[in-house]
Design a protein around this ligand. Structure first.
Ligand SMILES: [Mn+2]
Length: 449
């Protein structure tokens, strides 16, 4: 009876009773429902089918749900699909909106490894999921075929995530069973979710603020205790990760960048294998995700607690560029991440002009050429939320302002990155205002301990 051990293991896993849906803090079911209704209104009688992220089988990376799927459902389990049928206002007999969550059959053997899941037969699953109806995944092709058989024009109005193998397989199968030749080319549903996701509701802002608070705690500890000569970059990344997880965050928002000395001038440095030396700068671009919502914060500090005159000069220029962008901000007029830096309405132009007219390099040249990246990006379920840049900044948007100057010749790399919310009345709020910003504040925070 070789299977006894496995059966006992499954029994132990199932024993605690009701399946645990998720460990994430979710918004009320009505919020996700309203998002699906908003998407349905954009389908113009079409059908959207979104797939959940697949569970990693043979690697041991934790599961992370597909961002659009999570935005629309709050569902944090793999192998699911969501169908939304849009109302067809042009039709003589308009269809009502309809939504179905399709769930895979439970795999008890797999659950022994990955935990208990729900399926369409689990009592109360529709209420738990907050959708109108839940069906087994096997019903998805049947349901789609029925819709298309009743209205062949739907073939031209199918929306799904691009390059998803499950979507391609479903559409091939549908074309074969209906005898309609080539699989229909689906439209990209993320084009429709993008503008919805860009405007945060109060519940999303509250989750982002929790990600900010945990990230601020870790940055403050880094400044006050860990950025010291002899410390290793990697140990600082590890200690910050511990703070995030102690404060309810599930993962870093991105690979932490902890770069000292010359490493501070490498934009996406993540080897984190250096040792901090007195006289060097330390650039720490590190923050976490709380219930799927990201923070993204960078601070740059002098390893020995004191900026040199030159480091302080460059630091003050970077901060001045951020403050100039903040002051220039006008909701509904300012744009972000304009790489041409010519449009006077772009905050990139404001920050670039500031940097390029303050200070000089060792050769007497302006400093603009030492800032290579965009001024910032939208932020939300993805640390880089989807956007067509340059993006017009509107109430409800959350974004970073992160100017930087990187001069390898002087071993100076400085970036200051804060996260901002545009309020309903168009004001700009700095979500990490409680962290040190100025060179004096950084030195004071390092001195205090
Ligand atoms: Mn960023």
């Amino acid at each position: 009876m070789k299977n006894i051990g496995l059966l006992v293991l499954i029994g132990l896993v199932l024993a605690p009773g009701a399946p645990r849906l998720h460990a994430l803090e979710k918004q009320p079911a009505s919020v996700y429902h309203a998002r699906r209704t908003a998407l349905a209104a954009e389908l113009h009688g079409g059908v959207a089918i979104l797939f959940a992220a697949e569970e990693p089988v043979l690697d041991f990376m934790p599961y992370r749900q597909d961002s659009d799927f999570y935005y629309l459902t709050g569902w944090n389990e793999p192998g699911a699909a969501l169908m939304i049928v849009g109302a067809d206002s042009a039709s003589a007999s308009p269809r009502a909106d309809k939504e179905i969550l399709f769930l895979p059959a439970r795999d008890l053997r797999m659950e022994a490894y990955t935990g208990v899941k729900m399926d369409a037969a689990t009592p109360g699953v529709a209420a738990a999921a907050g959708v109108d109806s839940v069906e087994p995944m096997t019903a998805l092709p049947t349901e789609l075929n029925r819709l298309i058989a009743a209205n062949h024009s739907l073939l031209a109005k199918l929306w799904t995530q691009p390059e998803t193998p499950s979507a391609a397989a479903l559409l091939r199968f549908t074309a074969t069973t209906l005898g309609s030749g080539d699989a229909p080319a689906p439209r990209d549903v993320t084009r429709l979710t993008m503008p919805l996701r860009q405007i945060k509701d109060a519940g999303e802002v509250a989750l982002i603020e929790k990600a900010e608070n945990a990230s601020i705690l870790a940055q403050r500890q880094m400044i006050a205790h860990w950025a010291r000569p002899g410390a290793t970059e990697r140990a600082i990344a590890g200690k910050m990760t511990a703070v995030w997880m102690e404060n309810g965050c599930e993962r870093p928002s991105y690979a932490p960048i902890v770069g000292s000395g010359l490493n501070s001038t490498i934009l996406h440095y993540s080897n984190n294998d250096g040792v901090l030396r007195s006289g060097d700068l330390l650039l720490v671009d590190a923050a976490c995700e709380y219930s799927m919502y990201a923070a993204d914060i960078t601070r740059t500090v002098p390893v020995d607690g004191h900026f040199t005159a030159r480091q302080r000069e460059i630091y003050t220029i970077v901060l001045g560029a951020q403050q100039a962008a903040f002051r220039a901000f006008v909701a509904g007029k300012s744009t972000l991440n304009d790489r041409d830096r010519k449009d006077p309405n772009s905050l990139d132009t404001v920050a670039y002009n500031y940097i390029n007219t303050h200070g000089k390099d060792l050769h007497g040249q302006p400093l603009g050429k030492y800032w290579l990246h965009g001024l910032g990006h939208l932020m939300g379920i993805d640390v880089h939320d989807p956007a067509d840049y340059p993006v017009l900044l509107k109430p409800g948007m959350v974004f970073t302002i992160e100017p930087g100057i990187y001069i390898p010749e002087e071993k100076i790399g400085i970036r200051i990155e804060c996260d901002f919310l545009v309020t309903a009345d168009g004001k700009l709020i700095d979500l990490d205002a409680s962290l040190p910003h100025t060179a004096d504040e950084i030195e004071a925070a390092m001195r205090a301990n």
